[in-house]
Design a protein around this ligand. Structure first.
Ligand code: F6P
Length: 317
């Protein structure tokens, strides 16, 4: 099952889970529309050929949803009844922290093993260095910002470019380094208008006439339009433009990196169920597969890499 926001590479993970299970002689059922599909008994038996030709596709062939009903005890009971009627005795859920919160409650209340695979472009899950979809989204950001750079430098403009990431700055930070952004504004770091202006003015004195600032969406920054509004009085003389990259960051064919980690984690998830693991997320740390209890990945906050923040600062003078 895939749940929450779709992410490129989810299909590669579905394929890996299905093929690994079939390899071990286990029957596989795809649940459509996330947790809501469990409640609605939206099940489909998966054979090997049904997951052919999907490794390269964005989105998710199982579709995805965020289910209000599953957040209630009654909804989860209904889901469990459907699942047990179908003879399903282990679940693999692909998604982010909301997905794992639901999975944890479900497995505690109904004693069914659930293994999670981290699939979100945000890369904000504790217990894994990478989530499926993050690398592809990052590459989409780089491609888009490189294009914006052409206009920024042709017109000597200051662009605020908003990238996704819910309340986390992972996409903005790595995206900023990869695009040579003049600054990044992310929820993990304090932002003040005066020091941003001083930073840009210092660049101007060194002949830097155009600037790109990546802004992480979310409540902390208020988004790129909000920042542009906030700074406009102090930034007289700057020709400011705002671009919100939006959902193009979630789509597209997954990168080779995302396809490979999706394959690794899909195999690892089935192995974990076969090893009688329950309520864990399979993740990758230092390139090794790890098993992190849902409880830990949900409760702990993953911090951005402070060394990368320094690198962004050093290189954006
Ligand atoms: O969690 C993935 C994500 O793309 C976030 O970066 C973003 O805040 C959110 O989903 C957007 O969700 P929706 O597609 O429901 O608007």
């Amino acid at each position: 099952m895939t749940s929450g926001g779709d992410a490129p590479g989810m299909n590669a993970a579905i394929r890996a889970v299905a093929r690994t299970a079939l390899y071990h002689g286990i029957e596989v059922v795809g649940i459509k529309n996330g947790y809501q599909g469990m409640i609605d008994k939206n099940f489909r038996r998966l054979e090997s050929h049904m997951v052919s030709d999907i490794i390269q596709r964005g989105g998710t062939m199982l579709k995805s949803a965020r289910s209000e009903e599953f957040m209630t005890e009654e909804g989860r009971r209904k889901a469990y009844n459907q699942v047990s009627e179908e003879g399903i005795d282990g679940l693999v859920v692909i998604g982010g922290d909301g997905t794992f919160k639901g999975a944890r409650m479900f497995s505690l209340e109904h004693n069914i093993p659930v293994v999670g695979i981290p699939g979100t472009i945000d890369n904000d899950l504790y217990g894994t260095d990478y989530t499926i979809g993050y690398d592809t989204a990052l590459n989409t950001i780089v491609e888009a910002v490189d294009k914006i750079r052409d206009t920024a430098s042709s017109h000597n403009r200051l662009f605020f470019v908003e990238v996704m990431g819910k309340d986390a700055g992972f996409l903005a930070l790595r995206g900023g380094i990869a695009c040579g952004a003049e600054a990044i504004l992310i929820p993990e770091l304090n932002f003040d208008t005066t020091s941003l202006r001083e930073h840009l003015e210092a660049g101007y004195k060194r002949s830097k006439l155009s600037n790109i600032i990546l802004v992480a969406e979310g409540d902390e920054t208020g988004g790129a339009f909000n920042i542009a509004e906030q700074v406009k009085d102090q930034f007289e003389g700057y020709d400011i433009r705002v671009t919100v990259l939006g959902h193009i960051q979630r789509g597209g064919s997954p990168s080779a990196f995302d396809r490979v980690i999706a394959s690794q984690l899909g195999v690892a998830a089935v192995d974990a169920l076969l090893d009688d693991q329950k309520s864990v997320m399979v993740g990758l740390m230092n390139r090794e597969v790890v098993h992190i209890p849902f409880n830990r990945t949900i409760k702990h906050h993953k911090d951005v890499n402070r060394r990368l923040v320094d690198i962004q600062d050093i290189l954006s003078i």
